[in-house]
Write a protein that binds this ligand. Sequence first.
Ligand code: BG6
Length: 485
Amino acid sequence: MVSRVIPVEVFDLVIFGATGDLARRKILPGLYRRYLAGQVPAECRIIGAARTDLDADGFRALVTAAIDEFVPADRRDPKVIADFLQRLDYVSIDAARGEAGWTTLKGLMRKGVVRAFYFSVAPALFGELAEKLHSHGIANAHSRIVVEKPFGRDLATAKALNATLASHFSENQIYRIDHYLGKETVQNLMAVRFANILFEPLWNTQYIDHVQITVSETVGVEGRGSYYDKSGAMRDMVQNHMMQLLCLIAMEPPYHFDPNAVRDEKLKVIRALQPVPPEDIVRGQYLASKTAPGYLEDAENPESRTESYIALKVHVANWRWKGTPFYLRTGKKLRARASEIAITFKEPPHSIFDDAAGWRENVLVIRLQPNEGMNLKVMIKEPGPGGMRLVQVPLDMSFAEALGEEGADIPDAYERLIMDVIRGNQTLFMRGDELEAAWAWTDPIIEGWEARGDRPKGYDAGSSGPEDALMLMHRDGRRWREVRE
Ligand code: BG6
């Protein structure tokens, strides 16, 4: 299959926080890869801006090191890297302090090209940056800004951030990143649902017994304990990434694949989410092992009640989903690094086979990472003359195998999302009202366990989470799927 790369328009992209972790790991290597792919035209300019006192050559050295570290060797072409480095510039700016650097930045901006500003900085600085970009005449009505999570820590703070940005930019200039929406397989959810007739007639409570959404990680919170301890799995993963996955599974077909049509449908799902009672929530913290510290040590807070694991049962109160629970679970230091969505279908209304034939339910598994792909478990007859015995077999499709080279080289979420910013396509970015609705659902859940003084349950590192999470399913006569890498 030949991949078609259509170059984007010429742009000036300013990255605030350009020497930070996200820029080094994702944004700058991602831009290099798009340059290598021929999607970033040679006339583009990427301007790093940060407090660090550097000149353009110093910044180029930093970017070279980031490419070495985060781009696989077979994608590092010395000639292309040298060319890419020529697209870079740097301005030293301290957003919180003084005017230094802003005039220089203004002087670097060109007329007639797309202007984008990536705020890869703490949200406390968003207001200051937005204000300075305007007071110095650097941002105009066509500029775009990109912001990252954490976008608030509750509804009140999210509203305040939205209001700050709205005082300088209109909604169609604001690109709120949820990197899960940039993942190839996550977008595939929409293709699978809305480009096939096969699934849609079955995609409702009449035929679907339940949905499991799992994001299981093997890493702990070491190194980022001070951020994580103020957040926890609910704020860090559920309010954003997992909520987005749920929306893509549960939403109605939009009338068109258009940013506002898609986001309108997702918003309706979020508004239909029911409050979650305490018995449908399990929170956990990983324990120390002989060789590794536990959550409390990693978080450097021996009293912490923050969860590194959460499982919850969620109901979407509308005609399509009434009676079909969505079970969500995510955690750190678990057995496997794997994310998947599993849709379990109901039993046929009447079985013509004896119980002894061995029936099992159909399951559609969408693997988000690693080994992106889809797997539909169907019943067939066990081969041989032994009578009618049923066996469950997978109709397995690995995207890498099915799509050949193109499937094996799936771009990182950030590559796609940054190109979408330049293309001016907001479909994969969260709208302000969507984000606020997500917090409005999340807040009472968190307030509930805080008011009750609940403590997370301990779980062993390398396990599949706290025992109570198994009970959450058993109680309903169901089982979590075993996740494997
Ligand atoms: C981030 C969270 O948003 O997503 C991290 O802050 C988490 O805690 C990460 O590890 C998971 O992303 P991915 O792409 O590795 O699944």
